[in-house]
Design a protein around this ligand. Structure first.
Ligand SMILES: [Zn+2]
Ligand SMILES: [Zn+2]
Length: 85
């Protein structure tokens, strides 16, 4: 369980966006637009902002951060990427 206070100070380590908490799945979710390859944010043109990433105009992905023993794992590499609608 994540407290409201903690949720308020947490931000996505990739895009610094707000996170929403899925109580059912116990996941923190960022609905910002991220690269489905490397998880870094996409720029306004839809390209990955990570230098050297070869994803070109990738389909934007959201990120899910899991919580283990009440500690959110705020690592881009560990986040699960899911296609945004
Ligand atoms: Zn994000
Ligand atoms: Zn990328």
């Amino acid at each position: 369980m994540i407290s409201k206070e903690l949720l308020e100070i947490l931000a996505c380590p990739s895009c610094k966006g707000d996170l929403s908490y899925d109580t059912k799945k116990a996941l923190l979710i960022c609905h910002g637009k991220h690269c489905p390859e490397c998880g870094m944010p996409l720029d306004a043109a839809g390209d990955c902002t990570r230098e050297g990433c070869d994803a070109s105009k990738p389909r934007p992905a959201g990120l899910e951060y899991r919580i283990e023993e009440d500690i959110p794992i705020m690592l881009i590499d560990e986040a699960r990427k899911f296609p945004l609608q």
